[in-house]
Design a protein around this ligand. Structure first.
Ligand code: SAM
Ligand code: SF4
Length: 335
């Protein structure tokens, strides 16, 4: 605690309370998904990445400012060397209610048990297809059986909740939404379908042509499952339904068709220490510079985060019909 009776909290110009931090711990990855990265990526030099200690300092400062949930992401977070050291440190922060992780699953056979022991409560695992050849085409270099083994390992470790994340692209995997939902529900896992966001230039497909709306997915699923709307909100662009015969949730992350920016509760930290105030805009603050200028004082870092609230934009303006896109890829942004 900083000793104040009423510690400051993070409220932006539009009255939104920020209590959720997504922390990218690396921009590197062992896959090259076509919607996330270009085939030949230039990664940030390691010397420019925040150290694990710096990531921990930033996480701890956010928790002092009222952040209740931290999601570890990337790139592929489990490829960051010694990432468990950071996860253990964050997991022991008093005041943090939820420590969660998004991963492609390939390294879960090695790490699932230790992640659980470190305090991670829920994991989202990305899986867009159940067909090995398609998996290879979508991820460019991946092997489906490795992600499936990761899912098995996570199930065995016994997390509170596990969720599949699937990005749906027309004519690539839209015909698998029912099979993926069945795969998840048979294993007691939730599933969320994500509309592709125009982050970074991708060569493989035209994003406008590949657009497959959440409403269309919902119509496809309703031919096979009874889905009930819920009021659950995680403050993001997601709507959740529940299966009528279980508590399995089916979510739709729809930045294009349903904009929920009015309720946004989150900010993102890139692996180089840039605090991004909105997924779809470039407003940001360089926290690495402040950390390194004040290695033994928390005040300037705390003030910089508080000041950043003044530049959080009202919302994104993604437009798939425009050729211009944000140059930053999703692996940099920390999806
Ligand atoms: N590597 C991990 C993984 O794949 O789960 C974590 C990072 S990844 C950037 C986080 C999530 O963002 C994944 O579920 C991925 O499918 C999603 N994603 C990546 N690029 C995207 C894009 N252009 N639009 C929408 N979602 C995207
Ligand atoms: Fe890697 Fe995740 Fe991006 Fe796929 S979506 S390339 S797994 S960071």
């Amino acid at each position: 605690m900083n000793g104040n009776l009423f510690p400051p909290s993070l409220i932006d110009r539009f009255g939104r309370r920020i209590d959720y931090l997504r922390m990218s711990v690396t921009d590197r990855c062992d896959l090259r998904c076509v919607y996330c990265m270009s085939e030949k990526m230039t990664f940030v030099p390691r010397s420019q990445l925040l150290t694990l200690e710096e990531l921990e300092r930033i996480g701890s400062c956010f928790v002092e400012l009222g952040v209740k949930k931290i999601r570890i992401t990337g790139g592929e977070p489990l490829t960051r060397r010694n990432v468990l050291q950071l996860i253990r440190a964050l997991g022991s922060l008093e005041g943090l209610r939820e420590l969660v992780l998004t991963t492609n699953g390939t390294l879960l056979p090695r790490y699932a048990g230790e992640l659980k022991a470190a305090g991670v409560r829920r994991i989202n695992i990305s899986l867009d297809t159940l067909k090995p050849d398609r998996f290879r085409r979508i991820t460019r270099i991946g092997e489906l059986h490795r992600t499936l083994a990761g899912i098995d390992a996570a199930l065995e470790a016994g997390f509170e909740r596990l969720k599949i994340n699937a990005v749906v692209l027309k004519n690539r995997n839209h015909d698998e939404v029912v099979a993926l939902t069945r795969f998840a529900s048979e294993r007691g896992m939730d599933i969320s379908f994500i509309e592709e966001m125009p982050l970074g230039i991708v060569e493989e497909h035209d994003r406008y042509e590949a657009y497959y709306s959440s409403d269309q997915i919902l119509r496809d699923l309703r031919k096979h499952f009874q889905l009930l709307p819920t009021t659950l909100s995680t403050g993001g662009p997601a709507r959740y339904y529940r299966m009528a015969d279980s508590d399995i949730r089916v979510g739709f992350i729809s930045p294009h068709s349903h904009n929920f920016c009015d309720h946004c509760n989150r900010v993102r930290l890139t692996a180089e220490g840039r605090l991004l105030l909105c997924l779809g805009q470039e407003h940001s603050v360089d926290l690495r510079r402040i950390l390194r200028a004040h290695p033994s004082e928390e005040g300037p870092l705390q003030q910089a985060i508080l000041d950043a609230m003044k530049i959080k934009p009202r919302g994104h303006d993604f437009d798939l019909t425009q050729k211009s896109v944000l140059l930053r890829h999703m692996n940099t942004t920390g999806g």
